[in-house]
Design a protein around this ligand. Structure first.
Ligand code: FES
Length: 112
């Protein structure tokens, strides 16, 4: 059974809680989510790397973002575009991140 995506209107994070550039790990029921921010770009993805299923964030909650453009998986170095989740290098092949549509509303990141 797979956990459904959070319903529209679900607040995932306060914008202030997310480093810029950086990420904020959270979850909806048992679905791990990472909210990612780089300048004006705010995105949310399921927090599972498509290479070997590890989280994209470190146990501290921090995540690696190269040049403000690429999320870098801390386990084997696969990289993904912050803006689209598309794989941009490393061992994940063509597999990208699974997006959760969000918008920013009153400094909150909300499922769209
Ligand atoms: S689990 Fe992410 S690169 Fe291997």
């Amino acid at each position: 059974m797979t956990t459904p995506l959070p319903p529209k209107g679900t607040v995932l994070a306060s914008l202030d809680a997310i480093q810029d550039p950086g990420g904020y790990p959270t979850e909806f029921e048992d679905l791990p989510i990472i909210v990612v921010r780089s300048a004006d770009i705010v995105r949310a993805y399921i927090n599972v790397c498509p290479h070997a299923g590890r989280p994209l964030s470190l146990p501290s909650g921090k995540m690696l973002i190269s040049k403000g453009e690429h999320i870098v998986c801390p386990f084997h170095g696969a990289s993904f575009a912050v803006e689209t989740g598309a794989c941009t290098g490393g061992p994940a092949g063509n597999a990208g991140l699974k997006p959760i549509p969000v918008r920013v509303e009153n400094d909150q990141v909300v499922v769209a």
